[in-house]
Ligand binder design. Structure first.
Ligand code: NAP
Length: 246
């Protein structure tokens, strides 16, 4: 896989899975627009990309805010002139049992995890349709496929990402834009760090490969879907879950 000359945007790439994706695409030759609400973390990722000899843009756009996203895409158009790959990775959890879940916990998670994907897809599609090419990869979750106690908001948002992916794959195929999603299982990142040890051990006991996944293992699958090796794949959900859901 070779991404020389390709321009990519990875949302939420200041850390965790997004950072691994950005670094891998850069290793393979792409220039990357790094987005994260934490400008400091975004700058750290950008520094590593520049040290690999690639170009990096930094944006602290909040993917929930239409104007922020619009400005981020304007900058990408001005600085990169095109966008070949969009990875919608930014995501949050606000876990709670349904009966205790506050309205704002529901709204925040739906906003970042689903509305954020909609907004970035919308602006990316405008650029990619003019180019008559593009790859969009959305990060869903195994929890959307199997359900998870305490995550009604998160699971609904990630299920929405799966449905959105399938629809956009059909809608954007005429512009030669592939839209796919990955559904990671349990991956060791800052997002899952706060899970109590007892719960972590239980989750791992349910995984046939008997371990948590690594962010780099998700990045490998994303790179495949961003590459020319997957040109005839669209509207698919690729599981990276150690067999947790088959
Ligand atoms: P993470 O380490 O928390 O990374 C998420 C990143 O998104 C953070 O850097 C975060 O910034 C950023 N972000 C949050 N809200 C944002 C917004 N409104 N606009 C722009 N950036 C925003 O989590 P991760 O585990 O790497 O997760 C990455 C993606 O994989 C998420 O979509 C997640 O749902 C999905 N996923 C993760 C797992 C897992 O086991 N870890 C499993 C399945 C799916 P701050 O930290 O500064 O807020």
């Amino acid at each position: 896989m070779n991404f020389k000359g390709k321009k990519a945007l990875v949302t939420g790439s200041g850390g965790g899975i997004g950072k691994s994706i950005a670094l891998l695409l850069a290793d393979m030759g792409a220039d990357i627009a790094i987005n994260d609400v934490s400008i400091k973390n975004a700058q750290k990722t950008a520094k590593e990309i520049i040290s690999k000899g690639r170009k990096a843009l930094v944006s602290n756009a909040d993917v929930v805010k239409n104007n922020d996203v619009k400005e981020m895409f304007k900058t990408i158009a001005a600085e990169f002139g095109r966008l070949d790959i969009l990875v919608n990775n930014a995501g949050i959890t606000r876990d709670s049992l349904l009966m205790e879940m506050e309205e704002n916990q529901w709204d925040q998670v739906m906003d970042v995890n689903l509305k954020g994907v909609f907004l970035c897809c919308k602006y990316a599609a405008k650029m990619m349709s003019e180019q008559q090419s593009g790859k969009i990869i959305n990060i869903s979750s195994a929890s959307a496929q199997i359900g998870n106690i305490g995550q009604a908001n998160y699971v609904a948002s990630k299920g929405g990402v799966i449905s959105l992916t399938k629809t956009l794959a059909k809608e954007l195929a005429r512009y030669n834009i592939n839209v796919n999603a990955v559904a990671p299982g349990y991956i060791r990142t800052p997002m899952t760090e706060s899970v109590p040890e007892k719960v972590k051990n239980y989750i791992i006991s349910q995984i046939p490969l008997n371990r948590a996944g690594k962010p780099e293992e998700v990045a490998n699958a994303v790179a495949f879907l961003a590459s020319d090796m997957s040109v005839y794949i669209t509207g698919q959900i690729l599981s990276i879950n150690g067999g947790m859901y088959v």
